[in-house]
Design a protein around this ligand. Sequence first.
Ligand SMILES: Nc1ncnc2c1ncn2[C@@H]1O[C@H](COP(=O)(O)OP(=O)(O)OP(=O)(O)O)[C@@H](O)[C@H]1O
Ligand SMILES: [Mg+2]
Length: 284
Amino acid sequence: MSVSIREINHYVNTFAKVINKEKVPVYSGNVKVGVDLGTANIAISVITEENQPLAGALYPASVVKDGIVVDFLQAVDIVEKMKRDMEELLGFPLTKASTAIPPRVDKGSRKVITNVLESALFEVTDVLEETNAAAAVLRITDGAVVDVGGGTTGISILKNNKVIYSADEPTGGTHMSLVLAGAKKIPFEEAEKMKKDKTKEKEVFPIIKPVVEKMAAIIKRHLQGFDDVETIYVVGGASCFSEFTKVFQKYIGIEIVKPEHPLLITPLGIALKGGLNKGDERGS
Ligand SMILES: Nc1ncnc2c1ncn2[C@@H]1O[C@H](COP(=O)(O)OP(=O)(O)OP(=O)(O)O)[C@@H](O)[C@H]1O
Ligand SMILES: [Mg+2]
């Protein structure tokens, strides 16, 4: 690994500080924009040309499922609104954005994701693989990146800065909430809330641990034949539990590294790889 996890954490924390804030520093230079259409959250990230986080927003939504848009009109509405709010906050229009899809999503779904952004009046500069976006933040050239989101667990294996293998399978944070809802006999929404309550983690984790082990089993299976992977970097909202890496490590037997704010890594990475919105083209 070329950059220490301390540096990565510092960088991610600068992004965490600007998420959902109502004020941002005055800035009028070139920016890069990323839009992450996730199963649980839609995220928008804006960073400077020098990759310094400027602003960001997360909006809980269930309009996309594992890279497939299930409610096109609402997806467009949400992205449009997030774009508008962001433009108001920054004081200038945003015209270009990159986005991402889970590994191995088909061409048709890729097109629909692009259409959502275009309908919200963004020119799409790139459609990345989510795990590649994450790898850009982690600044790794070799190893495995695992993204445990709301709906799926994805993996990309990198060698010499190239993705040599990727996969994505159902099993994510939603499945944890379903298991918790069943065990506690409570509605899904309540389970989702309970799951994210840090003060309940000791009670919750043993119940959802089999889901974490299932995720680890998925990853272990996909790592077969890639014996030179020495480190697995874990990102995505469903990895937020403090015991998560321990379970993964025990099951897979490879060093696991999880940055702070794992939910923000992919959204930030999408902006990192975004095309420039040029300040001198704004004509305002
Ligand atoms: N503090 C937390 N503790 C446990 N789980 C959390 C926490 N915060 C968020 N999550 C879970 O993380 C998931 C969302 O993560 P993320 O935003 O990475 O997914 P997504 O990008 O929307 O989905 P996908 O990548 O699968 O399409 C949800 O299932 C949510 O409940
Ligand atoms: Mg995601």
